[in-house]
Design a binder for this molecule. Structure first.
Ligand code: FAD
Length: 106
Protein backbone atom coordinates (compact mmCIF):
# COMPACT_ATOMS: atom_id res chain seq x y z
CA UNK A 1 0.00 0.00 0.00
CA UNK A 2 1.04 3.62 -0.56
CA UNK A 3 1.81 5.81 2.42
CA UNK A 4 0.48 9.39 2.64
CA UNK A 5 3.69 10.84 1.14
CA UNK A 6 3.91 8.49 -1.83
CA UNK A 7 0.20 8.80 -2.53
CA UNK A 8 0.54 12.60 -2.36
CA UNK A 9 3.51 12.78 -4.69
CA UNK A 10 1.88 10.53 -7.28
CA UNK A 11 -1.43 12.33 -7.05
CA UNK A 12 0.11 15.80 -7.46
CA UNK A 13 1.97 14.51 -10.53
CA UNK A 14 -1.31 13.39 -12.05
CA UNK A 15 -3.24 16.54 -11.09
CA UNK A 16 -0.60 19.01 -12.34
CA UNK A 17 -0.19 17.05 -15.57
CA UNK A 18 -3.95 16.97 -16.09
CA UNK A 19 -4.13 20.74 -15.55
CA UNK A 20 -1.25 21.33 -17.99
CA UNK A 21 -3.12 19.39 -20.70
CA UNK A 22 -6.52 20.98 -20.04
CA UNK A 23 -7.68 22.88 -23.17
CA UNK A 24 -6.67 26.50 -23.80
CA UNK A 25 -10.24 27.12 -24.89
CA UNK A 26 -12.48 24.65 -23.04
CA UNK A 27 -16.18 24.38 -23.83
CA UNK A 28 -18.75 25.28 -21.15
CA UNK A 29 -19.31 21.55 -20.69
CA UNK A 30 -15.60 20.92 -20.10
CA UNK A 31 -15.47 23.76 -17.57
CA UNK A 32 -18.37 22.21 -15.63
CA UNK A 33 -16.78 18.77 -15.85
CA UNK A 34 -13.46 20.01 -14.50
CA UNK A 35 -15.18 21.76 -11.58
CA UNK A 36 -17.07 18.56 -10.78
CA UNK A 37 -13.90 16.55 -11.12
CA UNK A 38 -12.22 18.50 -8.30
CA UNK A 39 -15.32 18.46 -6.11
CA UNK A 40 -15.63 14.69 -6.51
CA UNK A 41 -11.90 14.11 -6.21
CA UNK A 42 -11.92 15.94 -2.88
CA UNK A 43 -14.69 13.64 -1.61
CA UNK A 44 -12.83 10.43 -2.39
CA UNK A 45 -9.14 11.23 -1.98
CA UNK A 46 -7.97 8.27 0.14
CA UNK A 47 -6.25 10.24 2.92
CA UNK A 48 -8.99 11.37 5.25
CA UNK A 49 -7.33 14.43 6.76
CA UNK A 50 -6.02 15.57 3.34
CA UNK A 51 -9.48 15.19 1.79
CA UNK A 52 -11.10 17.23 4.56
CA UNK A 53 -8.57 20.04 4.13
CA UNK A 54 -8.92 19.99 0.36
CA UNK A 55 -12.74 20.12 0.52
CA UNK A 56 -12.48 23.21 2.74
CA UNK A 57 -9.88 24.82 0.46
CA UNK A 58 -11.95 24.22 -2.68
CA UNK A 59 -14.97 25.82 -1.03
CA UNK A 60 -12.88 28.89 -0.15
CA UNK A 61 -11.05 29.06 -3.49
CA UNK A 62 -12.98 27.28 -6.26
CA UNK A 63 -11.16 25.86 -9.32
CA UNK A 64 -10.34 28.38 -12.07
CA UNK A 65 -11.38 26.52 -15.16
CA UNK A 66 -11.24 29.18 -17.93
CA UNK A 67 -8.12 27.66 -19.57
CA UNK A 68 -5.04 25.48 -18.97
CA UNK A 69 -3.00 28.38 -17.68
CA UNK A 70 -5.53 29.50 -15.08
CA UNK A 71 -6.21 25.93 -13.95
CA UNK A 72 -2.47 25.22 -13.60
CA UNK A 73 -1.91 28.41 -11.60
CA UNK A 74 -4.89 27.66 -9.37
CA UNK A 75 -3.66 24.12 -8.68
CA UNK A 76 -0.17 25.43 -7.97
CA UNK A 77 -1.67 27.87 -5.48
CA UNK A 78 -3.68 25.07 -3.81
CA UNK A 79 -0.60 22.84 -3.63
CA UNK A 80 1.32 25.73 -2.06
CA UNK A 81 -1.35 26.00 0.64
CA UNK A 82 -0.65 22.36 1.48
CA UNK A 83 3.12 22.96 1.31
CA UNK A 84 2.72 25.85 3.75
CA UNK A 85 0.63 23.75 6.12
CA UNK A 86 3.27 21.01 6.09
CA UNK A 87 6.20 23.42 6.46
CA UNK A 88 7.47 22.67 2.94
CA UNK A 89 9.02 25.19 0.57
CA UNK A 90 6.74 27.34 -1.57
CA UNK A 91 6.85 26.48 -5.28
CA UNK A 92 7.33 29.32 -7.81
CA UNK A 93 4.08 29.14 -9.81
CA UNK A 94 5.58 31.00 -12.78
CA UNK A 95 7.53 27.76 -13.40
CA UNK A 96 4.59 25.38 -13.25
CA UNK A 97 4.40 24.87 -17.04
CA UNK A 98 8.13 24.23 -17.20
CA UNK A 99 7.86 21.65 -14.40
CA UNK A 100 4.79 19.78 -15.63
CA UNK A 101 4.66 20.22 -19.43
CA UNK A 102 7.63 21.72 -21.25
CA UNK A 103 10.48 20.46 -19.04
CA UNK A 104 13.04 22.51 -17.09
CA UNK A 105 15.00 24.99 -19.21
CA UNK A 106 18.25 24.65 -17.19
P1 FAD B 1 4.89 16.93 -3.10
O1 FAD B 1 4.29 18.04 -2.30
O2 FAD B 1 4.14 15.67 -3.23
O3 FAD B 1 5.19 17.52 -4.57
C1 FAD B 1 5.66 16.69 -5.65
C2 FAD B 1 6.43 17.57 -6.63
O4 FAD B 1 5.57 18.60 -7.13
C3 FAD B 1 7.59 18.34 -6.00
O5 FAD B 1 8.75 17.61 -6.01
C4 FAD B 1 7.69 19.59 -6.86
O6 FAD B 1 8.52 19.39 -7.99
C5 FAD B 1 6.29 19.81 -7.36
N1 FAD B 1 5.59 20.87 -6.64
C6 FAD B 1 5.67 21.22 -5.33
N2 FAD B 1 4.85 22.22 -5.04
C7 FAD B 1 4.20 22.53 -6.19
C8 FAD B 1 3.21 23.49 -6.52
N3 FAD B 1 2.71 24.33 -5.63
N4 FAD B 1 2.77 23.54 -7.80
C9 FAD B 1 3.29 22.69 -8.74
N5 FAD B 1 4.22 21.74 -8.48
C10 FAD B 1 4.67 21.67 -7.21
N6 FAD B 1 -0.22 15.55 3.37
C11 FAD B 1 -0.44 15.79 4.68
O7 FAD B 1 0.37 15.37 5.50
N7 FAD B 1 -1.52 16.53 5.11
C12 FAD B 1 -2.44 17.03 4.23
O8 FAD B 1 -3.41 17.68 4.63
C13 FAD B 1 -2.24 16.76 2.83
N8 FAD B 1 -3.15 17.19 1.94
C14 FAD B 1 -3.00 16.83 0.63
C15 FAD B 1 -3.99 17.18 -0.29
C16 FAD B 1 -3.90 16.79 -1.60
C17 FAD B 1 -4.98 17.17 -2.58
C18 FAD B 1 -2.80 16.01 -2.04
C19 FAD B 1 -2.72 15.55 -3.48
C20 FAD B 1 -1.80 15.66 -1.14
C21 FAD B 1 -1.87 16.05 0.20
N9 FAD B 1 -0.90 15.71 1.13
C22 FAD B 1 -1.10 16.01 2.45
C23 FAD B 1 0.38 15.09 0.69
C24 FAD B 1 1.48 16.16 0.52
O9 FAD B 1 1.01 17.28 -0.22
C25 FAD B 1 2.73 15.65 -0.23
O10 FAD B 1 2.34 15.04 -1.44
C26 FAD B 1 3.57 14.65 0.56
O11 FAD B 1 3.90 15.22 1.80
C27 FAD B 1 4.88 14.32 -0.22
O12 FAD B 1 5.59 15.54 -0.41
P2 FAD B 1 6.83 15.72 -1.35
O13 FAD B 1 7.82 16.58 -0.60
O14 FAD B 1 7.31 14.42 -1.90
O15 FAD B 1 6.35 16.65 -2.59
Amino acid sequence: PLDKEELGKNTWSFLHTMAAYYPDEPSEKQKCQMKSFFRNFAMFYPCHICAEHFQEDIKLIPPEVSNADDLSKWLCFMHNRVNLRLGKEEFDCSRVRERWKDGWKD
